[in-house]
Design a protein around this ligand. Structure first.
Ligand code: HEM
Length: 76
């Protein structure tokens, strides 16, 4: 697996981790009886979201980076 394929897979699976942390927040807030959920649940989406932002920005510039280097494959 080349580097950009690895980054794409990482972005793909990190999005599932992010989704789980968001669901955990919804569950914690809706079952908490009005009490604030623990801070680690509240802030747990931030780490995967940050990883998604970095890898997503990389995926965004990828087609522009490959232009002029004779690589058409990395656009798909
Ligand atoms: C936070 C900033 C984010 C940026 C800048 C970003 C950017 C991108 C880019 C540029 C692509 C590639 C599109 C393409 O050319 O095919 C992509 C794919 C994708 N993004 Fe994001 N994204 C972000 C966050 C997220 C989030 C929050 C989720 C879902 C929870 C997500 C899920 C995905 C998935 C599933 C793909 C397809 C991956 C694949 O091709 O297998 N991204 N994203």
């Amino acid at each position: 697996m080349n580097w950009s394929a690895f980054i794409r897979q990482f972005h793909r699976w990190t999005s599932i981790v992010f989704f789980i942390t968001v669901v955990a927040n919804v569950v914690a807030i809706s079952t908490g009886g009005g009490a604030q959920p623990p801070a680690w649940i509240t802030y747990s989406p931030l780490l995967p979201l940050f990883a998604l932002m970095l890898t997503g920005l990389y995926l965004f510039v990828l087609p522009y980076l490959s232009k002029g280097r004779g690589s058409v494959r990395s656009i798909k």
